[in-house]
Design a binder for this molecule. Structure first.
Ligand code: DER
Length: 234
């Protein structure tokens, strides 16, 4: 099975949790895309109805619009019944790294407002500790003096061999989020220790808007692997 087939299997399994009449948080990324497609298909087939989608990015908003999924926002629906989204990393306690797609702020707002947050991943996303994949730990920062903020972030985790890099787009320009901010990616060589302490320290830096660690937020993680599907509950 290809990685995308595994992503699709996890996504379709998550959509089984969707009931008619729900307000749904619609995730962002290649795995969540399959879930949004599936929801659109079930609506079209009449197997689901009265769904309201709360998109976590402009990209997902466009996808949902093209599928005819009725949309709204957190101002109109401050409580969300169920959110389905992917993740970049999942640790054994179901803590997540998200945001390599750049949507972490809106994702964290929507997923923080939901009763159930179902995460969908292929098995490659499982890590022993967050940052363990050696891939980016995203932090959304204001563009104003981003170098100053990036240096503070790098110094915060210097004991973990942290390198902070501004994320650029394909044209070599700074990547700009849906909210008009930049993303500084942290590359860690070692475990950063207590995640809540790390999270609080990051958010104390004035230029930081939000970070990609989603701690104690997932209620269920659906993992699709070569040997089948595993469902982990909080
Ligand atoms: O950017 C994000 O938060 C995405 O949800 C990411 O974490 C997962 O993206 P993927 O499903 O394309 O791997």
């Amino acid at each position: 099975l290809t990685q995308d087939e595994l992503k699709k299997i996890a996504a379709y399994k998550a959509v089984e949790f969707v009931e008619s009449g729900m307000v749904l948080g619609l995730g962002t990324g290649s795995t969540a895309k399959h879930a949004v497609d599936r929801i659109g298909e079930l609506l079209r087939q009449g197997k689901l109805n009265n769904i309201i989608g709360i998109p976590t990015s402009k990209k997902t908003q466009e996808q949902a619009l093209s599928l005819g999924i009725p949309l709204s926002d957190l101002d109109s629906h401050p409580t969300v019944d169920l959110a389905i989204d992917g993740a970049d990393e999942v640790d054994p306690h179901l803590n997540l790294v998200k945001g390599r797609g750049g949507s972490l702020l809106r994702e964290k707002m929507v997923e923080g407002a939901c009763k159930k947050f179902v995460v969908i991943v292929d098995e490659s996303k499982l890590v022993k500790y967050l940052g363990g994949s050696g891939l980016a730990m995203p932090v959304e920062v204001v563009p104003f003096c981003w170098k100053f903020t990036a240096r503070k972030l790098q110094n915060l985790f210097e004991d973990s061999g942290c390198v902070a890099k501004l994320r650029n787009d394909c044209k070599g320009e700074p990547f700009v989020t849906d909210n008009g901010n930049y993303v500084v990616d942290l590359y860690l060589k070692k475990d950063i220790g207590d995640l809540q302490v790390a999270s609080d320290a990051i958010l104390r830096i004035a230029g930081v808007v939000e970070h990609g660690m989603f701690l104690d937020m997932a209620t269920t993680v659906i993992v699709a692997g070569e040997l089948g599907i595993t469902i982990k509950n909080k």
